[in-house]
Design a protein around this ligand. Structure first.
Ligand SMILES: NC(=O)C1=CN([C@@H]2O[C@H](COP(=O)(O)OP(=O)(O)OC[C@H]3O[C@@H](n4cnc5c(N)ncnc54)[C@H](OP(=O)(O)O)[C@@H]3O)[C@@H](O)[C@H]2O)C=CC1
Ligand SMILES: Nc1nc(O)c(N)c(N[C@@H]2O[C@H](COP(=O)(O)O)[C@@H](O)[C@H]2O)n1
Length: 284
């Protein structure tokens, strides 16, 4: 029996305001759209949802590079319902290497057509795609073949922050040891490249560095869905706390239009990020 269960009507209604255009209820067939889905903030970019599971002390893993189950079974089912709604699921190279994730949708009734495209941001090509679970699942027709987002082979300038997308069926380029050491790519370039390849919605699942970066870029993110599990990981865990603003009055990113829902033992908070110059709570 599948470990992933169907969501209840209440759970779907809670999520639908945070889903991309065209979101649908898998139970009701492809045609049945959920109401209240949004348009992307920027029409040149895909609709972007950032989602992850954290402990009460704001950690996403027990130790760097360690795959850690934080969500309970009910929020795991939610993740697969969410994966059903997006054209692509994106993670950073750190997560791909540490977790060897499947990144497919295992929601009951999901077919190959319903599968999202797994995408890994890997500027230094350190994820061994050929040996990965994603690659294996694609060969077994249980998931789509992954794409790797990397730095272009020929760069005019070390300051170039653009990217290229390599399809799993393409020949992987050799790692260029002479490449600039800071391989960071502008997130806007990554999202534009995906949009050019026909991706209209992407769910970004992590890991820690990716989340930290994107919590600082609310202008690129349409919705955020965070699972909070009733557990403490403790010191030494992997935190997603972004760099501190210079003062509490310059809080660059807040969650607006929020909703909360309990899934099993976990609480899910969903909202729409926005830039704010106001303190988290005005001083009394
Ligand atoms: N609880 C949860 O919901 C989740 C937890 N996790 C956990 O998170 C941990 C992994 O996090 P972390 O190690 O921070 O790794 P990440 O998955 O955040 O990957 C970070 C790496 O991805 C590449 N990358 C990311 N953004 C860019 C960019 N804009 N331009 C170029 N390259 C980029 C870089 O690779 P390079 O270093 O080669 O330059 C970077 O170091 C694991 O323990 C995993 O289990 C992961 C997902 C969800
Ligand atoms: N929702 C959620 N809860 C957790 O507790 C997690 N550790 C994660 N991790 C993310 O899910 C990926 C694993 O996916 P598969 O089950 O292998 O398809 C992992 O790589 C993280 O992105 N998520």
């Amino acid at each position: 029996m599948s470990e992933v269960k169907r969501l209840t009507g209440d759970e779907m209604r809670f999520l639908e305001r945070f889903l991309p255009p065209g979101a649908r209820s898998p139970e009701s067939g492809r045609g049945a759209l959920l109401s209240g889905a949004n348009m992307a903030k920027d029409e040149k970019l895909p609709f972007v949802t950032l989602t992850y599971a954290q402990s009460l002390d704001g950690m996403v893993a027990f130790a760097p590079g360690q795959r850690t189950t934080i969500s309970g079974p009910a929020t795991k089912s939610m993740t697969h319902f969410l994966r059903y709604q997006y054209d692509a699921i994106l993670v950073g190279a750190g997560t791909a290497v540490a977790d060897d994730p499947a990144l497919n949708c295992r929601y009951p009734g999901a077919t190959l057509d319903d599968q999202p495209r797994p995408v890994v941001v890997d500027p230094n090509l350190r994820f061994r795609l050929a040996d990965s679970k994603m690659h294996q699942l694609a060969k077994e027709h249980k998931g789509k073949g992954p794409w790797i987002i990397t730095r272009p082979k020929t760069l005019d300038s070390p300051m170039d922050r653009s990217c290229e997308i390599i399809d799993w069926t393409d020949r992987m380029p050799e790692v260029n040891d002479n490449a600039v050491s800071d391989g960071s790519i502008f997130w806007r370039s990554i999202l534009q490249a995906l949009k050019h390849k026909g991706i209209n919605s992407v769910m970004i699942e992590g890991g820690a560095s990716v989340i930290k970066d994107l919590l600082r870029l609310p202008e690129l993110i349409d919705t955020i869905i965070i699972t909070m599990a009733p557990t403490f990981i403790g010191q030494g865990g992997v935190s997603i706390a972004p760099r501190r603003p210079p003062s509490a009055e310059e809080n660059p990113s807040s969650l607006g239009d929020r909703s909360y829902h309990q899934f099993g033992k976990d609480i899910v908070v969903a909202g729409k990020p926005y830039s704010s110059r106001a303190p988290l709570h005005p001083s009394r």
